[in-house]
Design a protein around this ligand. Structure first.
Ligand SMILES: C[S@@+](CC[C@H](N)C(=O)[O-])C[C@H]1O[C@@H](n2cnc3c(N)ncnc32)[C@H](O)[C@@H]1O
Length: 357
């Protein structure tokens, strides 16, 4: 998964977490937990990659299903309200969400999809897109697709890939790339969803807050501003299981400064509420698996692989959470207030009893 730690500087170890994430997704697709015809084009020698253990596949399934639910609700709500929307994925890595949306039922709802990551990652992605007919065909007419930033960026009518170190002052990075007065890419008038899938945890809380604050400041002057944000990452790293996770990552030169303020699930929404978001909520992957995934889907995946260590699965899932926050002006608060994960199924009685403390 990771090459020997001594050959890595801290940032290259952080960048390698993208390999980890894309291999996990590839494995979940190969084992039929998820459908994604695009991931194989973003993983080198994808046909030779061994599958991940069932526990990782289930975690990947739960996380992807819940985030897809929030993203598709965003697209659907925009469509229902007769508007298009924007999505900005920060630390996007090899994520395929743009391709899945752009070939799906909600493609017309998408005004712009922006991805940002370190230049080493975006140059690999730009290259993979250009090499794959399946990926590049989705971007539209080749005449409308341009490679930019010395090969580390790519632009098409809807999809934009930018190199950026997200720890730098956002006015210098995001301000120049997304909001330049000579032609802003992001319109503050459109509902905009920020995705932070396993990225803020690698940054200091100060740098993460500055990033979120930049978006709040950019959108809030708009009378009907709608800004949503989804964060997925590990938390509760102060308990004994969390300390083992931290030690394992430290051995690979990866530190998690962003997890320090979040000792429990109740602390997670504070990341948004402290910046003036109207509403925020967090759920652990353990809670999501039990009640926020359709029961038919849980039954389907239970047939895919044998898993004997349900307690171990719960322990791992209890250290990852999805937090979502909404920043809306009062004029549109009612229309967007319902956005969020909803209970899909009560947990089975035996699992419910296990949880009682
Ligand atoms: C664990 S991967 C997740 C990738 C993708 N979001 C996903 O869920 O599949 C973390 C990603 O965040 C990126 N990242 C971490 N810190 C960053 C920073 N300071 N600036 C830009 N990208 C960063 C890494 O390069 C990597 O691609």
């Amino acid at each position: 998964m990771f090459p020997p730690a001594h050959s890595q500087d801290a940032d290259s170890s952080i960048r390698l977490t993208d390999t980890d994430a894309s291999l996990a997704r590839l494995s979940a697709v190969q084992k039929r937990y998820l459908e994604d015809p695009y991931i194989k084009h973003l993983v080198p020698r994808s046909h030779l990659q061994p599958p991940r253990p069932p526990l990782i596949n289930i975690g990947t399934f739960v996380r992807a299903t819940a985030i897809d639910d929030l993203v598709f609700q965003w697209l659907q709500r925009s469509t229902d309200l007769g508007t298009r929307c924007q999505i900005v994925s920060l630390g996007a890595g090899s994520d395929t969400r743009f391709w899945r949306i752009a070939t799906g039922a909600h493609k017309v709802a998408l005004a712009a999809y922006v991805e940002l990551d370190f230049p080493e990652i975006t140059s690999k992605k730009a290259m993979a897109i250009r090499k794959s007919r399946d990926l590049s065909a989705v971007l539209g007419n080749p005449a409308d697709v341009t490679v930019a930033h010395g090969g580390t960026g790519l632009h098409s009518p809807t999809y934009h890939l930018f190199p950026a170190d997200l720890r730098l002052p956002p006015a210098d990075t995001l301000g120049t790339l997304l909001a330049s007065p000579s032609g802003a890419l992001l319109s503050p008038a459109l509902p905009t969803l920020l995705l932070f899938e396993c990225v803020l945890v690698y940054m200091t809380p100060t740098a993460s807050s500055a990033l979120l604050q930049w978006f709040v400041d950019y959108f809030s002057p708009e009378g009907s501003a709608v800004l949503g944000s989804i964060v997925y990452e590990m938390f509760r790293l102060q308990d004994s299981f969390g300390r083992v996770m931290v030690e394992n990552l430290r051995a690979r030169h990866v530190s998690l400064p962003g997890a320090a303020p979040y000792p429990d699930v109740h602390s997670l929404p504070g990341r948004f509420l402290a910046l003036g978001f109207t509403a925020a909520r967090a759920l652990t992957l353990k809670e999501i698996r039990k009640s926020y995934i359709p029961r038919t889907e849980l039954e389907r995946i239970s047939q895919l692989e044998l898993i004997d260590e349900i307690e171990e699965l719960d322990l791992v899932l209890d250290h990852y959470a999805i937090t979502w926050g909404l920043f809306v002006s009062p004029a549109v608060a009612v229309a967007w207030g319902e956005w969020g994960l909803r209970v899909k199924a009560a947990p089975p009685v035996d699992e419910d009893e296990e949880d009682e403390e």
